[in-house]
Design a protein around this ligand. Structure first.
Ligand SMILES: NC(=O)c1ccc[n+]([C@@H]2O[C@H](COP(=O)([O-])OP(=O)(O)OC[C@H]3O[C@@H](n4cnc5c(N)ncnc54)[C@H](O)[C@@H]3O)[C@@H](O)[C@H]2O)c1
Length: 414
């Protein structure tokens, strides 16, 4: 029997006697380390295998999880081993998710599968089809769904108190250092690997779709570009004392390679990075609701969400919700005092979503996660927005879903 999950209930007790869960982690970058480390120390999971092409990451895994943690060079190899696990966590680079997740689904292995589900509609739908053939407990870490404030916003929207939802307005403000280190230099700078919108804002698009309660996006338009970080002929390609901006540049930095030698980081302007530094999306949903969402690469990491209905407006942030009703007029505030323990006190939404997965696997509860189909829809809207921006046109989502384009359209638009 399954029961509803409460992701804010933070500790699974080992009533069934099946903890710690044995897991394999495919892709062991920063994100995987953060997710696994404290759950291992809670004795809720035991990491028995880590696969990552980077030797230093495999070495780190052995340091953290012990010499009996098996290490592999590629996630794909895990499926050739006869290693028994209770779950697989796919936390590799986004374009590899489908190739690493589909074999787990074919074997019926429960999974945490990082967002964005994939970098193409084709791959996202492959994952959905494999899941439909073999449904398993699965969490996609769209972490905003695990924040009490957005859960309260969802509850208010579903209660009907706002009347007919006419418009949703949302912004994701990424700080400039995050922008530069992830999207101007590093593997996420190339559109053949991902796009800033997929990597950063598939969270926000999922949140908006969630608030829309299953009504699908119908048409998408988008404008944006790299208008600040244009190549600058007056600067060198990498940071060095020879750069005329060396003393003043906020992004000047050195990296120490595996050989211990310090090298200048790629210049934020001349790196060859292909991502936008600002992008706005306009969506019309099938019921007429309109949405505008902006990804802005200069800001203070806020995520304001405003939902306007015929009876009232709701303003949500990661910390609180303000509900304004019109007739009769009233204002209600939901701060941390009313929303419950701030999740940061318990390791944040990441701890809640891992706990949700552990509970689903060990006790058979439903999870509070986005489903793979919902996560695939966030991918579809992001891809639609990219194509709308690249082609300077409106994308009809029904056509796009049917075409199931691969990741190459994000680079070549063919
Ligand atoms: N939910 C969230 O809030 C959140 C936050 C950060 C990152 N993420 C997601 O987590 C994933 C990883 O992000 P990251 O920041 O750790 O990236 P990262 O680049 O630091 O790590 C990814 C790792 O995957 C490895 N890898 C590549 N191909 C592989 C393969 N075939 N088999 C096994 N490993 C392979 C790379 O060597 C790298 O170590 C991405 O999908 C990212 O969008 C989610």
């Amino acid at each position: 029997m399954t029961t509803d999950a409460d992701p804010e209930e933070l500790q699974v007790t080992d009533a069934a006697g099946n903890l710690p869960l044995k897991i394999a982690i495919l892709g062991f970058g920063d994100r995987a380390e953060r997710l696994a480390e404290h759950r291992q120390s809670d004795r809720q999971v035991r990491v028995v295998c880590v696969a990552d092409p980077r030797p230093e990451r495999r070495q780190k895994a052995v340091e953290l999880f012990g010499a009996d943690c098996r290490t592999l060079e590629r996630g794909e190899e895990f499926y050739d081993q006869s290693l028994e696990v209770d779950g697989v966590w796919v936390i590799s680079q986004e374009k590899t998710h489908a190739q690493l997740a589909v074999p787990a689904l074919e074997r019926g292995i429960p999974m945490i599968l990082e967002k964005p589900l994939a970098t193409s509609i084709r791959d996202a739908y492959r994952i959905c089809e494999a899941f439909d053939r073999n449904p398993v407990p699965l969490v996609v870490p769209h972490s905003l769904r695990y924040l009490p404030s957005y859960r309260k916003a969802k509850e208010l929207v579903d209660s009907g108190v706002l009347g007919s939802i006419l418009h949703i307005h949302a912004i994701e403000q990424v700080d400039d250092h995050h922008t530069v280190d992830y999207y101007r230099r590093g593997s996420n700078m190339y559109r053949s690997n991902t796009t800033a919108l997929l990597a950063k804002s598939s969270h926000d698009i999922d949140l908006i779709n969630w608030m829309m309660g299953g009504v699908l996006a119908q048409s998408v338009a988008s404008f944006g570009g790299a208008d600040y970080f244009k190549p600058r002929p007056d600067l060198p390609q990498s940071c060095s004392d020879a750069c005329p901006q060396a003393a003043a540049c906020p992004f000047f930095g050195m990296d120490e390679g595996g050989d211990g030698v310090a090298r200048g980081k790629l210049c934020a302007w001349n790196s060859g990075g292909e991502q936008v530094d600002h992008q706005t999306i306009i969506i019309q949903y099938e019921n007429g609701t309109t949405v505008d969402f902006t990804l802005a690469c200069f800001g203070d990491i806020r995520r304001p969400l405003q939902i306007t209905g015929s009876h009232g407006t709701l303003y949500a942030t990661p910390n609180d919700v303000r509900l304004v009703l019109y007739h009769p007029s009233s204002v209600e505030e939901f701060g941390p005092d009313r929303l419950g323990t701030p999740p940061a006190a318990h390791g944040g939404p990441d701890a809640a979503l891992v706990q949700d997965w552990i509970r689903a696997v060990s006790l058979g509860c439903e999870t509070a996660s986005a489903t793979v189909h919902e996560s695939a829809e966030a991918v579809a809207v992001c891809v639609g927005a990219e194509l709308a921006m690249m082609r300077h046109t409106i994308i009809e989502m029904a056509d796009l879903r049917q075409q199931r384009p691969g990741p190459e359209v994000l680079v070549t638009d063919q």
